[in-house]
Design a protein around this ligand. Structure first.
Ligand code: AMP
Ligand code: MG
Length: 649
């Protein structure tokens, strides 16, 4: 399967709708919702994020909380102009396009196009039906932008002319040609509206109208207007130059605005996502009273209280095959685990204690009424909430959802997180180091940690330490992301122009946190182009990046993603094998290994090197020893608090 996080979906809605009388086609109603809603619902699960190209009515398209872009070249110049606009703002390596007037987009469109693109090494994969290309159902490598720009600049407008200049592979979709139907005229729209069987794929996949999409909270361009200042001014003992870890967490938590936009995904695709709505049981599970054991189903009232009872065997019941006969008094049924309890019988006697002679069985005294019987609805009762909005979907939740027969679930859209490293000394992996340079490793640890959190990642590379580059990067990120994470550039000396810059874009505070490692950190919100993003400026030191991410950013991102459960990391207790020197007055995070000794007892041992630049110590460790703010030195054997990496992100 292709990694859909690598793919931007582009909905082409930039046309004039001439054949429909000059209306905006994407906004026309069809089967209870707008055409663009149909397209969005089908495309969203196939890609990592969506951009809409539209040249009018932007507000109407913004209901999805995604970026809406106009053509850069004017006059409704056609789909290539839309593709150009999408490629110019997309930051993923691939882009998949679909037109807004094709409501039946195949559900495996992108996957099949990507598979062929990768296998062939081509730059464009385009769908075909009946031997003819469907030119705007395609996946392109984002690097085609350069060639497209040149083509458009030279006056080219025709899709096929541009395609001819690049390595292209065609992918046959004859098996679902109907799904490529597009709607060009009012007659076609009305015709399809009436004839619900006209498009079989659509009939099969027809979904109830989506609830009105709530606008993404992150898309509200409210300049912070001092919200952060207000929070900190209400706090006693707020000292930005020596801020306690707990205080920093409190400030961060008070400024988070979780996303509320939902998308519908197939059950499997919900793994690792956050539920966007309560799941109410549609049925009783199990649906009928059934047997918990292999044995004999009996009527308890038939049994003698004092001695043995002899009953007549009237038939048998297996899982999936009910006993349908009529039962008289003192009759019983052979029953297997999971089989539906025959009508009138209420108790199961396990086979091991029953004596069988032909069609007669003898049951000892002492059977309890209702024993070994599972009641209908015992697991889930119809109409009762099973899972709550904001719960994370893990393997058990997937199974639970499937056990209700649901094929799709509403989940919160993924959190979009943009990140970049700052520093003139940073070199990219794969290049040769010049004197004074270091390789940029922070982007890799951040990539790893963000991937584990199932975020939609926007990797913006390395940004030089100059105001213009930083401003450009921050504005670009603020326009598109829910959260921005930077590393480096927030320590004393470096902070001055960044402070000014961030002040211009929003509201950000700079802290020295009373912790080791990872003291300097910036936090706030910045806005650009109608979007607002939470900002986390982490220190540059590689270990400090990881520690501050684990201690502050992880929880903030989980809250932003809409989680409503208690996701705080548990702290375990274990004896520390060696002494640790520490002064009260800051929280320390020692990298350590939690391990078992020969007798199976668990203890924790700090790793050798604890310098904040020593990433090796993170790799050697499997946990942090958390030494609390007020705590002094630790003696060997003393219990300490342990936070395991596994489960951190
Ligand atoms: P700064 O916070 O920018 O002063 O950086 C502190 C230290 O971390 C310096 O030694 C930097 O070279 C190092 N550093 C900053 N950014 C990165 C990065 N992306 N990867 C590896 N080291 C870094
Ligand atoms: Mg720096």
């Amino acid at each position: 399967m292709s990694d859909n996080k690598q793919i931007t979906g582009l909905i082409l809605a930039g046309g004039q709708g001439q054949r429909m009388g000059g209306v905006d086609k994407g906004l026309q109603m069809f089967r209870g919702k707008r055409l663009v809603d149909h397209v969005y619902e089908r495309l969203a699960p196939q890609v990592g994020g969506i951009i809409i190209n539209a040249n009018q009515n932007h507000d109407a398209y913004k209901t999805f909380g995604v970026r809406v872009v106009s053509d850069a070249i004017g006059n409704f110049a056609g789909p290539l102009a839309g593709l150009h606009a999408g490629l110019s703002v997309s930051r993923r390596p691939y882009l998949a396009t679909v037109p807004c007037d094709s409501p039946f987009v195949p559900e495996d469109l992108v996957e099949r196009l990507m598979a062929r693109l990768n296998a062939s090494g081509a730059m464009i994969a385009v769908a075909t039906t009946g031997g003819r290309p469907e030119p705007v159902f395609c996946v392109v490598q984002s690097s085609v932008l350069e060639s497209l720009t040149v083509f458009l600049k030279s006056g080219g407008r025709k899709v096929y002319d541009w395609y001819a200049s690049l390595p292209l592979v065609e992918v046959d979709f004859d098996d679902q040609a109907e799904a490529f139907r597009n709607i060009n005229t009012r007659e076609e729209l009305e015709g399809l509206e009436q004839d619900r069987t006209a498009v079989t794929a659509a009939a099969i996949h027809a979904k109830p109208p989506a609830p009105a999409a709530s606008a993404a909270v992150g898309a509200v361009a409210a300049p912070p207007g001092g919200a952060l200042a207000r929070v900190v001014s209400c706090m006693d003992d707020y000292d930005p130059n020596s801020l306690k870890v707990d205080k920093a967490r409190e400030v961060i938590r008070s400024l988070l605005t979780p996303i509320e936009t939902n998308e519908k995904v197939a059950v499997r695709a919900a793994l690792g996502r956050v539920l966007g709505a309560d799941i109410i049981s549609t049925l009783d599970v199990p649906a009928h009273d059934n047997s918990a054991m292999d044995g004999y189903a009996v009527r308890h009232a038939d049994l003698n209280e004092a001695g043995e009872t002899e009953l007549r065997l009237a038939g048998s019941a297996f899982a999936g095959r009910q006993f349908a006969g009529k039962l008289g008094k003192r009759e019983c049924v052979r029953i297997m685990t999971g089989a539906v309890m025959p009508r009138g019988l209420d108790t199961v006697v396990i086979q091991e204690i029953v004596q069988v002679e032909g069609d007669r069985i003898r049951i000892p005294a002492g059977q309890k009424k209702g024993q070994n019987r599972r009641l209908a609805g015992e697991d889930l009762a119809a109409g009762k909430p099973v899972l709550k909005t904001g719960q994370p979907v893990g393997p058990a939740e997937l199974g639970l959802i499937a056990s209700l027969g649901l094929a799709e679930v509403a989940v919160r859209r993924r959190l979009r997180v943009a990140f970049f490293s700052t520093g003139d000394e940073l070199a990219s992996v794969g290049s040769k180091l010049k004197p004074g340079e270091v390789y940029d490793s922070n982007r890799y640890t951040l990539y790893g940690m963000l991937s584990r959190l199932n975020c939609d990642i926007i990797d913006m590379g390395v940004v030089r330490d100059d105001p213009a580059s930083l401003e450009h990067a921050l504005r670009t990120a603020a326009a598109d992301a829910d959260a921005i994470i930077t590393s480096g550039g927030v320590s004393v000396g470096e902070a001055d122009f960044i402070r000014e810059l961030l002040g211009k874009l929003g509201e950000v505070v700079f802290w020295k946190i009373a912790m080791k490692p990872g003291r300097p950190m910036a936090f706030g919100r910045i806005a650009h182009a109608g979007n607002e993003a939470h900002f986390f400026g982490l220190p540059g030191n590689p270990v400090a990046v990881m520690v501050t991410f684990y201690q502050f950013v992880r929880d903030a991102l989980l809250a932003l993603s809409g989680r409503s459960d208690d996701f705080a990391l548990p702290l375990l207790q274990a004896p520390c094998t060696s002494s640790i020197k520490k002064n009260p007055g800051r929280t320390e995070y020692q990298r350590a290994r939690l391990a078992r000794d020969a007798r199976g007892a668990w203890s924790v041992c700090p790793t050798a090197a604890q310098g904040s630049g020593v990433l090796r110590s993170m790799a050697e460790a499997n946990c942090f020893i958390v030494l609390e703010h007020e705590r002094g030195s630790v003696k060997p054997g003393e219990p300490v608090q342990v936070q395991l990496f596994d489960g951190l992100v």
